[in-house]
Design a protein around this ligand. Sequence first.
Ligand code: SF4
Ligand code: SF4
Length: 238
Amino acid sequence: MSVVTLTINDQLVSASSGETILQAARSVGIDIPTLCYVEGLTAHGGCRMCLVEVEGARQLQPACFLNVNEGMTIRTETDQLREYRKMIVELLLAEGNHTCSICVANNNCELQDAAVEMGVDHERLEYTYPQREVDVSHERFGVDHNRCILCTRCVRVCDELEGAHTWDISGRGANLKMITDMNQPWGESPTCTSCGKCFMACPTGAIFQKGSTASELDHNRAKLDFLINARENQLWEL
Ligand code: SF4
Ligand code: SF4
């Protein structure tokens, strides 16, 4: 892979040609917010939080998907981008029943963190508040579809890291929903190994561990990072 030079926020950055804008930016300490992205898993590009401005491009581009090119000029922090990101968080909060104070992931939630970071201190949009189901049929875990932001992290981690492919997404538009196997209760899944990787990857309180109070809930993202690093670099010892 060749080395390319690009400019991010007026800073000259060197990157490998196969890297994405997000990877190049993070390698030099420039943070671009994400929700559906997990380092080491396939990029999904669904949440649009990582949109950036690329000089010469007519539309905003998702940094997790677009590869770097020689001479690119990118902006990751502008008033327009900040307003877009804030709107994305507001849409997600208005779309599902996110009542943080009674959520098992309160203070341990990436959506909540993003809301704080984007300055969302009230909701400008009307709540849709659909009544979605909670599946607690699994022996160790539960899924509250009200908290789900359809980021597909659970799908990708279960498929790409665990190899079980228990999770999938079904439906269209407002009827999009995470399902296990053939849309059966999670507890009846013949493929789930109960490894807990989907729980660790879930950014919100949608997938939760049974018996955990809010203060005990720990997604333990470091364990996922370890597994991804071990798989990619063949480093299996702690
Ligand atoms: S517990 Fe493991 S195998 Fe079961 S759905 Fe979650 S990631 Fe997949
Ligand atoms: S259950 Fe969690 S990880 Fe899966 S799509 Fe919903 S929010 Fe994302």
